[in-house]
Write a protein that binds this ligand. Structure first.
Ligand code: PLP
Length: 461
């Protein structure tokens, strides 16, 4: 293994050097991929030197998410202490299902869950797990809600006409998960938002009443803390009132911006989250932890276990259920996604996490101030949000983003809300400084000045 560690060091050094030198990499067009790199697998292995060359080439031609030119959805940067934790998790290669196999790593995961539970004000009956992403955290939430409403569903499949509620601006995983769980996409109500993109609680209440009157069975409300496009926060207190009045499970999907819980200045954006039945956040988004690290917590340890546990004598041979995390997780074998976030959190403390959150909002403010001061831009975002949505000189957002990407200038995406489509820059990399935000706009403007005619015609440059 020493040889591979040396090789790792050489390739990682090259990558860091190239990142610092040229930032974004010019992409290999998808149609040319197979001709550009020797990716196909063969009967014979490569010599050490060919292997090193090829691996280096593959690494160096991969899009660079850690540079100051990456503002695409919805992560970015490289947080050294978290990366270190993940590298060690790979070296250890534990599976998180039992204490026998994972040992102290069980405590590492539990410590994260315990502290999040404490921060949001859940009771001591709370528990949680780490899922392979926000989509899967949302799946667990909907699953617990379904099984609470219809306890026979685990055994017989649900026979009830269940209905779920989420805002029209919520993440697409809600609809997908309803399909997975036998509820059906047609039984997810996309509740209208207000003009700023937040779910309208009155529209929610009247839809629930209409569905009840029609003989359907509402069971689940999903509120979003940081909508995927605009990065706005549904009002949790009014949603909790509606959920309480109708006896429904309330989940808060904080995959994108749930990490505001770590900031004294911004945690008000999730006021009322202690009333939600479940809540998740993706540490791989705002907390700069390597993909993936999604934590879901619930007030109801019982429902987590009821929905996810299955006896298996061949697996659970020692220790109690509290230490055998397989009893409360979606998977059987499960990668250790806890050590990287724990390493970061231990190294910088909750105060360090708070600074990361505050930095992202400060960068957003810098971006918004710049856009407001320049009449060539149209702004679609309201602070506080770390999704900065804008258009520049009436250039179609898709054309601009694609051209910037193809020329290896900047990685940034576009999004839509109601009738508008716009560039969506995310200030989620806490490793960025204010100068990098200004550099982003400078690069974009210089690029447009150079390619103006072709961009206006919506032709790829
Ligand atoms: C990113 C996101 C998700 C999905 O998380 P993954 O880890 O990509 O599966 C869910 N909800 C919201 C609001 C998101 O922004």
């Amino acid at each position: 293994m020493q040889q591979e560690l040396d090789l790792f060091r050489r390739i990682a050094d090259r990558l860091l050097t190239e990142e610092a030198r040229e930032g974004a990499v010019k992409p290999i067009p998808a149609a040319e991929l197979w001709d550009s790199l020797n990716l196909s697998l063969e009967a014979d292995g490569l010599s050490e030197s060919d292997f090193e060359n090829l691996l280096t080439q593959v690494v160096l031609s991969t899009p660079r998410t850690a540079t100051h030119k990456f503002f695409n959805q919805l992560f970015g940067g490289r947080t050294p202490k978290a990366t270190l934790g993940d590298l060690l998790a790979v070296m250890l290669n534990n599976s998180m299902y039992t204490y026998k196999v994972a040992g102290p790593q069980v405590g590492v995961e539990k410590a994260i869950i315990k502290e999040i539970v404490k921060i949001i004000g859940y009771p001591s009956t709370a528990d949680g797990t780490i899922a392979s992403g926000g989509s899967m955290s949302n799946l667990i939430a909907m699953l617990m809600a379904r099984d609470k409403k219809d306890p026979r569903a685990r055994f017989e499949g649900s026979r009830k006409p269940l209905v779920a509620y989420t805002s029209a601006a919520s993440h697409y995983s809600i609809a997908k998960n309803a399909a997975f769980l036998g509820i059906g996409r047609d039984y997810v109500r996309n509740i209208a938002t207000d003009a700023t993109g937040k779910m309208d609680p009155e529209a929610l209440a009247s839809q629930i009443e209409a569905d009840k009157a029609a003989g359907l069975e509402p069971f689940f409300i999903n509120g979003t803390a940081g909508t995927t496009v605009l990065g706005v926060f549904d009002p949790i207190e009014p949603l909790a009132d509606v959920a309480q009045a109708h006896g429904l499970w309330l989940h808060i999907d904080g995959a994108y911006c749930g990490s505001v819980i770590f900031s004294k200045k911004y945690k008000h954006l999730v006021d009322g989250v202690h009333r939600a039945d479940s809540f998740n956040l993706n540490a791989h988004k705002m907390m700069g932890t390597p993909l993936t690290c999604s934590i879901i917590v619930t007030q109801h340890k019982k429902h987590l276990a009821d929905s996810l546990s299955n006896e298996a004598e061949y697996l659970y041979q020692t220790d109690g259920d509290d230490f055998n995390l397989g009893k409360t997780s979606l998977q059987c074998g499960r990668r250790n996604d806890a050590l990287k976030f724990w390493s970061l959190w231990k190294a910088i403390g909750t105060k360090g996490l708070e600074s990361m959150v505050d930095q992202q909002f400060a960068l957003a403010e810098t971006a918004v101030n710049y856009l407001r001061s320049n009449p060539d831009y149209t702004l679609y975002s309201d602070l506080p949000s770390i999704s900065i949505c804008f258009n520049y000189k009436d250039i179609p957002a898709k054309t601009l983003c694609t051209a910037l990407y193809e020329q290896g200038e900047l990685m940034v995406g576009f999004g839509s809300f109601e009738a508008d489509t716009f560039v969506r820059m995310v200030t989620i990399n806490a490793g960025n400084d204010h100068e990098h935000i200004h550099a982003f706009f400078k690069t974009l403007e210089d690029f447009v000045a150079k390619h103006q005619d072709r961009l206006k015609e919506s032709v790829s440059v």
